[in-house]
Write a protein that binds this ligand. Sequence first.
Ligand SMILES: Nc1nc2c(c(=O)[nH]1)N[C@H]1C(S)=C(S)[C@@H](COP(=O)(O)OP(=O)(O)OC[C@H]3O[C@@H](n4cnc5c(N)ncnc54)[C@H](O)[C@@H]3O)O[C@H]1N2
Ligand code: MOO
Ligand SMILES: [Mg+2]
Length: 410
Amino acid sequence: MLSVNQAQTLILDLVQPLKDTEIISLDVAAGRILAQPIISQLDFPYWDNSAMDGYAVKFKDVQGCTQTQPAILDIVAEIPAGQNPSISIQSGQTARIFTGAMLPAGADTIIMQENTQREGNRVKILSSPDQPKAYVRQRGDYYQAGNPLLKPGIAINAPEIAVLATAQCTQLTVYRRPKVVIFSTGDELIPPNQPLQPGQIIDSNQYALAAFVGSQGAISIPLGIVKDNKEALKKTIAQAIATGDIVLSTGGVSVGEYDYIEEILTELGGNIQIRSVAVTPGKPLTVATFSNGCLYFGIPGNPVSALVSCWRFVQPALKKLSGLEGNWHPIFIKARSRHDLPSKGARETYLWGQLLLVNGVYEFELAGGKHSSANLINLAQTNGLAVMPVGQTFLAAGEDVTVMQIDSLK
Ligand SMILES: Nc1nc2c(c(=O)[nH]1)N[C@H]1C(S)=C(S)[C@@H](COP(=O)(O)OP(=O)(O)OC[C@H]3O[C@@H](n4cnc5c(N)ncnc54)[C@H](O)[C@@H]3O)O[C@H]1N2
Ligand code: MOO
Ligand SMILES: [Mg+2]
């Protein structure tokens, strides 16, 4: 049985980042991964402009002026934002100017309105900055045209959208979204909209996994519920492998009579890479590779095991697959446990609950109720998994515990 770290390393080694790209428009780019370097032909700021509502002056005209010895300048123009000033400021002159407006030729300094007193067509400058260029946002100060602006492999979110818009990148090349096929297996399963008969179980995994996949920016392709029937399973699995970059099936990976997944994967030419991991919940995880590049995760059917397997093992794989550069591993945070934490100690144990920031210190609130891999009820509101390493059977309330952060929202 592999340790969690061994399984994680192996899974990441099995994933090759997507090469396929598509061109999309900026307004639908949020959440996508950039696949091209972005270089702008525009400086930023595009031209010298004012950072304040005030007056554009020559520094040497106002240097040293005070309330009692103001500089008095003739107002020769008014420059609102958006205009290209035609005048050139001469000594003794100024232009009324507004925030974001382009500096007129001849001016090198902005005096903010609050430090002036207007008298008709003239203005008294009541204090002077120490240096020229005060309140001037200079052309190219933040970015010079032709330099790298954004690198491929980054996630596009609100800040990147702002940068792309200002660089006039209205069409951009991103990696295509990973395709993730999802299905549930089990004779006992029914969809949530059917009346429940004795012995049946409502298929929650399919919906939970689709939500998880969507939260990762991937496309989920649900294939429904498949009976514990070898022929039906083989047909669906073959279809899934031909369709998805990743396949997530739940159930049928333990040692029971109806647990067919591994056998069928092998019959279909799959290379079984992982049979089980020393983790709880989620021990009977099957991972297989196929010659077309598809990576198959046979995820245990217990609903908590299914989501924990996704968070711990599928999420890093999806990150790498998506073309995202950098660290694909989950984020682990040290937090003060609010409760005693029990563990059997034989496998790395994940206890679900809430990571809270209290007065600048992270705390872990263990979910109330039973910590059973079948108890999906107390999984609601989980945003962290406390990790108890192999060999540790107890952690006392008040002690620090490592908590894996679950970033289920993009
Ligand atoms: N003799 C042993 N039995 C089991 C072992 C073991 O080592 N020896 N491992 C246990 C562990 S741990 C897990 S986890 C489960 C894994 O089971 P399977 O992946 O084979 O899944 P099933 O047997 O099909 O179902 C298990 C459980 O989960 C419920 N389930 C399944 N699918 C769904 C779904 N889509 N939505 C909601 N709930 C689902 C199912 O009804 C079962 O209760 O095996 C243990 N057994
Ligand atoms: O390992 Mo199973 O996934 O605990 O219930
Ligand atoms: Mg089973």
